[in-house]
Design a protein. Structure first.
Lengths: 483, 100
């Protein structure tokens, strides 16, 4: 497999490889996947798209992603191709239309190889909550790949495809990217259409890419960003075709903030801190001015998130009632049919969050939990706004730990939730964030998170690309990939 | 805040989720831990703060009011659950009493 979209593009353009050959290679590697990264491989569909891509490439009128094999998180709807959201309640569901992001990639001539495994309804940080089995980390079989977009991260890390799409509600792209050693990015809230994506927590969810390099991620962003008349929760008036224009500019003179609270959390592994501190020195060596900043409410982010997110989810997932699609488990009356369908169709983490969210929204508790969380959300957002008056970007660890053992945290939801302590404030505030590989600790990848102000993806990519150029970490791969 | 089984049972009822006694037991313990952790929000002074429902600075987003084709009847019915389709209709359980 070529090492980047850029490299594959050159091979395709000069016809040293055909899109069909590249698709066959991706399909071979994906069928041989031993990490449970896939829920569905769409061989015929991929071959048809590859043949069309070859025709387009031969005319010379082919966008950058033409013929590039990619993987789609199975929470993003794909016309005539099963979409389960990792849940029994949607087993066998076949969408009658594709998500806008999929249509845009189709329009570019990209080749979708299949649908990737995930935590059920994207609820999880380890990919152990999938109804279709846990995903394994290609760096070490006994470790989780992170979640919820674990399959999408692994498909790229294991060299099965050249990029993938995930969704990120509290870190579900950045955290698995960090734990599998690839680049993963969550766009500013409102930049990517969510039409056709299974809704989880609507004020937080965004679609974003995984890839091998910062430039590749930016290429995919240019393809999927931009207003969609079917999505009323989008910003407009921001250009989306210039995201790569600052990649080569370097960080000389840029002001980069280091939030001190991000380094004092309980459970931060020394190896992670070391790798991230080293990365900061690299940026400093490149001419960036690093300064300590304070985000005093960092610790409260988790509490805000674990009220707002389950509350929104409990409302969004009310639609799974067994009437029009999905699983139906019939009882003696309609109410009992609802209860049994949802009791049997949802897995434990989804049920926990439905109950938590319903409780937080219920009469008598709504003000104390939900409204209170929304108010603290305002304060967290204000704090970021103030910090971004002083700095161009923030650098932090993506996750406090490297990939942890499968099974280690399944029965301890709170300790699982703490994985997202550095990523979820970014969703709460609607900001863009990217995780780039910054070395290994105990032989497992560590991620560096770079956060920018809203709509400043270009600045974020600029910092990330400068770091990537200065270090070899993005080239480190699990052993099997070297083959 | 520690909660007891009745809280979990009540919320599960509102959420229309049937739980086994085992699940009620497990979730009661786990959610007590989570609710205790989120209690720290009480320490934040929010007296003069307005709530944020969305970070987006947009409202009343409109699109052109034009006729577009929707799903065909067959497309809409194609994913009906097992036993959930009756010809051109979804089959559902009776919810109204029959007249005497």
């Amino acid at each position: 497999m070529p090492r980047s979209i850029r490299e594959a593009r050159e091979l395709l353009r000069t016809r040293r490889i055909s899109a069909l050959e590249l698709a066959e290679l991706a399909l071979d590697r994906s069928h041989a996947d031993r990490h449970n990264a896939w829920l569905h491989l769409s061989d015929d569909h991929a071959r048809a798209q590859a043949r069309a891509a070859d025709e387009r490439l031969s005319t010379g009128d082919a966008p950058l992603l033409t013929g590039i094999p990619w993987a789609c998180k199975d929470i993003i709807g794909t016309k005539k191709i099963p979409t389960t959201a990792g849940s029994r309640i949607l087993e066998g569901y076949i969408p009658p239309y594709s998500a806008t992001v999929v249509e845009r990639l189709d329009g570019q001539g990209a080749v979708m190889v299949g649908k990737t495994n995930l935590d059920e309804f994207a609820m999880g940080s380890s990919n152990e909550n999938s109804a279709f089995g846990a995903v394994k980390n290609p760096w070490r079989d006994d470790r989780v790949p992170g979640g919820s977009s674990g399959g999408s991260a692994v498909a790229v890390a294991a060299g099965e495809v050249l990029f993938s799409l995930g969704t990120d509600t509290g870190g579900s792209i950045r955290q698995p990217a960090a734990l599998t050693g690839v680049v993963g990015m969550k766009p500013t809230y409102g930049r990517v259409p969510r039409w056709g994506v299974v809704a989880f927590a609507s004020s937080l969810d965004q679609v974003g890419p995984f890839a091998n390099t910062v430039e590749d991620v930016a290429i995919v962003c240019e393809a999927i960003f931009g207003k969609d008349p079917n999505d009323a929760t989008m910003v407009t008036d921001f250009p989306n075709d210039d995201l790569r224009s600052d990649l080569d500019k370097g960080v000389k003179g840029m002001r980069i903030g280091v939030p001190k609270e991000y380094f004092s959390v309980k459970g931060m592994e020394p190896g992670v801190e070391r790798a991230v501190r080293d990365a900061m020195k690299v940026l400093e060596g490149q001419g960036a001015k690093l300064e300590e900043v304070s985000l005093s409410l960092t610790d409260h982010g988790l509490a805000v998130y674990y009220i707002i997110q389950p509350a929104e989810a409990s409302s969004n997932l009310a639609r799974y009632d067994g009437i029009r699609y999905g699983l139906r488990v019939e009882g003696p009356d309609l109410l009992e049919t609802y209860r049994r369908t949802r009791g049997q169709g949802f897995g434990p983490e989804v049920k926990r969050r439905m109950i938590l969210g319903t409780y937080a929204l219920s009469a008598g508790y709504y003000d104390a939990y939900y409204v209170k969380a929304q108010k603290v959300r305002t304060l967290i957002k204000d704090e970021y706004d103030r910090v971004f008056e002083k700095v161009d970007a923030l650098v932090t660890p993506t996750s406090p730990t490297v990939a942890f053992p499968i099974g280690a945290k399944v029965n301890d939801p709170l300790s699982m939730y703490l994985n997202d302590i550095f990523t979820l404030p970014v969703n709460i505030s609607g900001l863009p964030g990217i995780s780039v590989p910054c070395g290994l600790s105990d032989g497992l990848p560590v991620g560096l998170q770079i956060i920018a102000n809203s709509y400043q993806e270009r600045t974020m990519f600029r910092v990330a690309a400068a770091y990537e150029r200065a270090t070899p970490h993005h080239l480190e791969r699990p052993k099997e990939k070297a083959a | 805040m520690a909660i007891d089984r009745s809280v979990v049972e009540k919320a599960a009822g509102l959420a229309r989720i049937a739980l086994t006694p085992d699940e009620v037991e497990r979730f009661t313990g786990q959610l007590s831990v989570v609710l205790t952790a989120v209690e720290r929000l009480k320490d934040v002074d929010t007296e003069k703060v307005s709530p944020t429902a969305s970070v987006l600075p947009v409202s009343n987003v409109m699109r052109e009011d034009e006729i577009r084709t929707g799903l065909s009847r067959d497309e809409a019915l194609a994913n009906a659950p097992k036993g959930g389709r009756d010809g051109e209709f979804f089959r559902v359980q009776q919810v109204l009493e029959e007249r005497p």
